[in-house]
Design a protein around this ligand. Structure first.
Ligand code: NAD
Ligand code: UGA
Length: 462
């Protein structure tokens, strides 16, 4: 078995993960492949205009691309050349047929498995990197080893990185999880993947942080971990509504709750609700799995996490409506931030998207600004208005926040970009229509300073 690694899928997971694996394993050749030619061209671009924005990523790619990291569209050649195959293709929520709106759509995954079987020669280790329903490895095994010769060992190695901090999360992970089957072959395959994460010099992930389990535990852990994180966000957002009704302050409540070491301070920030490509998809998947196994009360419990999240965005629009004299038609509202969180250009399932759509229904003149996500915002909202392209309709996209806020009735802060804290808010106030409102849905600005300037200020959970 050779040490070469191929990763199928050059997205948010495949690109950064393999760049760091290549950095820490200069003795291994790592090839990242994708069916999307445009994406691969961007990974290979001379000026390093990579297809995704992630702090620190360009520096790692500059170090390893062409040394031992390669991006290619020749999937078959890469599979033939490598004995360790990571699969990081997308696994979106199924939008048709059985399990519609909840189950994972596994067609990309299965196509990949069939292709690996067709092309691969000799024994291979296939590593699930995508997030998958529990027991997918069994289906993968059945497809890969259907010709009776057991050449493939399937492992589960789910990824826990968060966007915006991906490089740091990869370099210094809390834990790496590798699930493998029983028996000598399974143990040897797990050992092979453990050695990747230890790094060529044995100084990457400390041994005690590499946790090994059976395959089903690994698959389920990933869904459960995301569901628990999402549940914390929904829990604090549920408390936020109560704070608004009672005069309590959600940031104070969270600070004190988080000081209990059994609970911990992280993931207690109230806001517009969670976004991103995975939380909703993975919680829905968990709901579907529970239902499939007849665990209906557990399914309802997890479904409520999503319901609470949607409600948070509805609440934002209702509060804005009330604060702006129960009519939003023709008012100009500037959305500050469209990415689902700071330090990423990713807009998948962003709360700003659903708020923008609700405001559009109210015939608001929307202006959207974001330091990294404007191109994705334009794509996401292109159906909203025929005038989007001209930029002069009810949805406009403006990179400069000062220009975006000019003559606006309200600024709605949807993403906690650091640069928003450093803006000259007095200048913004002077350029807006009066009364001027700031609704800071991330509680990231100094509201005392804003009030002193003259703004009406709304926050979440205050
Ligand atoms: P993505 O859409 O950014 O990337 C997936 C890539 O796979 C795409 O570029 C697509 O073209 C490619 N692809 C699809 N079918 C293919 C095929 N048959 N052959 C070759 N390439 C193919 O998705 P992502 O955000 O990277 O997520 C991938 C998986 O990783 C998902 O299961 C997700 O849940 C999981 N995950 C994502 C994150 C994250 O931060 N985005 C974190 C942990 C886990
Ligand atoms: C999340 C998990 O944190 C990762 O461990 C996991 O690997 C990944 O999903 C995945 O499977 O895709 P990510 O979605 O990139 O990572 O970002 P998070 O930092 O988890 O934030 C998710 C959403 O929750 C964001 O919209 C964020 O603003 C929101 N959030 C987070 C809050 O509103 N409050 C908080 O306290 C924390």
């Amino acid at each position: 078995m050779n040490k070469n690694i191929v990763c199928i899928g050059a997205g948010y997971i495949g690109g950064p993960t393999m760049a760091v694996i290549a950095k820490m394993n200069p003795d291994r050749k790592v090839i990242v492949v994708d069916i999307n030619h445009e994406r691969i061209a961007a990974w290979n671009s001379k000026n390093f205009r990579l297809p995704i924005y992630e702090p620190g990523l360009v520096e790692v790619v500059k170090e390893v691309r062409g040394r031992n990291l390669f991006f290619s569209t020749d999937i078959d050649a890469a599979i033939a050349e490598c004995d360790i195959i990571f699969v990081g293709v997308n696994t979106p929520t199924k939008m048709f047929g059985r399990g519609k709106g909840r189950a994972s759509d596994l067609q990309y995954w299965e196509a990949t498995a069939r292709n690996i079987r067709k092309v691969a020669k000799g024994a291979k280790i296939v590593v699930e990197k995508s997030t998958l329903p529990v027991r997918t490895a069994a289906a993968m095994e059945a497809i890969l080893n259907c010709d009776q010769t057991k050449r493939f060992t399937v492992l589960s190695n789910p990824e826990f990185l968060a966007e915006g901090t991906a490089i740091n999360d990869l370099l210094r992970p809390d834990r790496v999880l590798i699930g493998g089957p029983d028996g000598d072959e399974g143990r040897a395959a797990v050992g092979e993947v453990v050695s990747i994460y230890r790094g060529a010099r044995g100084d990457w992930v400390p041994e005690e942080r590499i946790l090994t389990t059976n395959v089903w535990s690994a698959e389920l852990t990933k869904l459960a971990a995301n569901a628990m994180l999402a549940q914390r966000v929904s829990s604090i957002n549920a408390i936020a509504g109560l704070c608004e009704a009672t005069g309590a302050d959600v940031d104070e409540v969270a600070r004190v709750i988080g000081a209990d070491r059994r609970i911990g301070p992280k993931f207690l920030k109230a806001g517009p609700g969670f976004g991103g490509s995975c939380f909703k998809k993975d919680v829905l998947n968990l709901v579907y799995l529970c239902e499939s196994f007849g665990l209906h009360t557990a399914a309802e419990y997890w479904a409520q996490v999503i319901r609470m999240n949607d409600h948070q965005q509805e609440r934002i629009v209702s509060r804005l409506f009330k604060a702006m004299f129960n009519t939003l038609a023709n008012k100009k509202i500037a959305l500050f931030g469209y990415a689902f969180k700071a330090n990423t250009g990713d807009t998948r399932e962003t709360p700003a998207g659903s708020v923008a759509r609700m405001l559009h229904e109210e015939r608001v003149r929307l202006v959207i600004t974001d330091p990294q996500a404007l191109a994705n915002a334009k794509k996401d909202l292109c159906d909203l208005s025929g005038t989007v392209q001209r930029g002069d309709g009810s949805v406009a996209f403006i990179a400069d926040p000062y220009r975006a806020a000019k003559e606006a009735d309200a600024v709605l802060v949807m993403t906690d970009w650091d640069e928003y804290r450093r803006l000259d808010w007095a200048k913004i106030y002077r350029s807006m229509r009066k009364p001027a409102l700031v609704f800071d849905t991330r509680n990231c600005l100094d509201s005392g300073m804003l009030r002193d300037i003259g703004f009406n200020v709304l926050n979440i959970g205050k």
